[in-house]
Design a protein. Structure first.
Length: 128
């Protein structure tokens, strides 16, 4: 499972083991015990990858092989590519811009997305 954390400081992605349902159940229980409001809903998220990442072709081949409609890639400009994914959005407010987005995909795809995101951070930072 990939966890995308959208915060006021940016996007942070981590790859974690475990089932989506177990994570959501634990998060709901935590919110109830803490007296917090919690919203869980299906949705879409996106993040940017540097277009120069050497292994980006590997992602395209993997997506073609898996035929996974929950992941789409589009070119933003010469330097950036946007990865759009379907998953589950967890926030404390309905219209929050900060929260956690969870996706489940084949383990190989998750690992590759995570690695590409990590490699892209240096490239994207240098563009800013």
């Amino acid at each position: 499972m990939l966890k995308l954390h959208y915060t006021e400081n940016g996007l942070f992605i981590e790859q974690v083991s475990g089932r989506l349902e177990a994570f959501i159940s634990q998060r709901v229980i935590l919110a109830i015990r803490a007296g917090q409001e919690l919203h869980v809903q299906p949705g879409q998220a996106a993040f940017l990858l540097a277009n120069q990442v050497s292994t980006l072709a590997e992602l395209a081949v993997l997506m073609w092989t898996e035929q996974n409609p929950a992941i789409a890639i589009s070119v933003v400009d010469l330097e950036l590519i946007e990865v759009c994914i379907d998953g589950t959005w967890i926030t404390e407010q309905v219209d929050a811009e900060e929260g956690t987005f969870l996706i489940t995909a084949p383990e190989q795809t998750e690992a590759l997305l995570f690695r590409l995101w990590q490699e892209s951070q240096a490239s994207i930072s240098s563009l800013a």
